[in-house]
Design a binder for this molecule. Structure first.
Ligand SMILES: Cc1cc2nc3c(=O)[nH]c(=O)nc-3n(C[C@H](O)[C@H](O)[C@H](O)COP(=O)(O)O)c2cc1C
Length: 349
């Protein structure tokens, strides 16, 4: 398994929407971790170009992450939200986008990856059909599935996943839940340490731990709790190789707290609090990707104008501990810190 071959058990989280670049993925793999490309929002041909670019930079293994298409939103949900956002658009001097549904080029991306498989294909926002997971394995790669509850872990294991990415509620960006269920919000999400223990009690599959990991000590903590590797997203957002926007880099470096919201995309995600999140979270429907397309021009206008209050500032709870360092250097630093933390912990006994 790839996880057994990593010199440093650190996995770059896929970071769709700009931060992921071939340079970032290659730098993490070259340093002894596992780099990932994020296929979300890309066309299949753009994904093919990114994969070729990353492979030109490294011959080490790489992963590719796909969004699993979900059910259509309730009719009219995005339209009602659009009416509430009209004043925002006027203020920003921007039009709202057209709310529409799509499958993120699912079939074409699967076909592309089947023709030239990466070492790992990972899935979020749902558990693919067992046939999809079996096809990944038949192509010589591993299939990883993101889970956010013990029940999802059981379902993914039964479907034939090779590895589970256990995403705690601390995590930045979209929650990888199989369903974006507003009723489930009342549970507040399960934190990473609890979820790791629960997932381990229900399945023997290798686990990769994600959510709020920003230091080598936290990498050590999840390894001690039974994970085979730690997956970090926010920690890499300030590296020079990442395509992170200037407004997001500043937010990630700040001490402003995060919150969960559907305001930007219609799917629950964690980001640094700003005016848009605070004013619209209460009214935002579960309607992904409709709301994603609706707000896309507003968010682009915010990024272009350097106005953080209009932008989805995805980040995990420990974002203020992120470092502005080359990605390879960050992997090596975190690895050294994790080794020291494990030695110190052992010394307590
Ligand atoms: C900017 C950003 C984009 C993300 N995009 C994706 C994605 O495309 N696919 C995915 O599975 N997870 C995505 N995530 C979630 C990460 O995979 C991971 O669960 C999260 O970064 C872990 O928490 P951390 O950010 O505190 O390290 C994203 C997270 C962030 C911060």
């Amino acid at each position: 398994m790839i996880l057994d071959q990593l010199a440093i058990p650190i996995v770059l989280a896929p970071l769709a929407g700009g931060p992921t670049t071939p340079q970032l993925a290659a730098a993490v793999s070259e340093a002894g971790g596992l780099g990932f490309l994020a296929a979300g929002y890309l066309s299949a041909s753009a994904l093919g170009a990114q994969l070729a670019a990353a492979r030109a930079l490294t011959s080490t293994p790489l992963g590719v992450n796909l969004f699993v298409p979900g059910p259509a939103a309730a009719p009219g949900a995005a339209d009602r939200y659009a009416a509430l956002l009209a004043a925002e658009a006027e203020r920003a001097g921007s039009a709202l986008g057209t709310a529409r549904s799509d499958d993120d080029d699912w079939d074409a991306k699967l076909a592309l990856l089947a023709s030239d498989p990466p070492a790992v294909t990972s899935f979020t926002f749902g558990c693919p059909d067992p046939a999809v997971l079996a096809a990944v394995r038949a192509g010589g790669g591993e299939s990883w599935v993101t889970v956010t509850t013990p029940a999802e872990a059981v379902q993914a294991a039964a479907a034939g996943a090779d590895v589970l990415v256990v995403q705690g509620s601390e995590a930045g960006g979209h929650r990888g839940s199989f369903l974006d269920d507003p009723a489930a919000d009342l549970t507040d999400g399960t934190g990473l340490l609890a979820l790791l223990q629960l997932a381990r009690s229900r399945t023997a599959l290798p686990l990769v731990a994600a959510g709020g990991i920003a230091t080598g000590a936290a990498v050590a903590a999840v390894l001690a709790a039974g994970a085979s590797a730690a997956q970090l997203g926010t920690a890499f957002l300030r590296t020079p190789e990442a395509g992170t926007s200037a407004v997001q880099r500043a937010a990630v470096a700040s001490q402003t707290p995060t919150a969960m919201t559907r305001a930007f995309t219609g799917r629950l995600a964690r980001g640094v609090r700003n005016r848009f999140l605070d004013e619209h979270s209460e009214h935002a429907p579960s309607a992904y990707p409709e709301v994603h397309y609706l707000t896309a021009p507003l968010r682009a206008a915010g990024r272009a104008a350097g106005d953080p209050d209009l932008v989805n500032l995805w980040a995990g709870q420990a974002h203020e501990l992120s470092r502005e360092l080359p990605a390879g250097e960050l992997v090596r630093q975190l690895g050294a810190e994790a080794r020291a933390a494990l030695r110190a912990a052992e010394g307590r006994f």
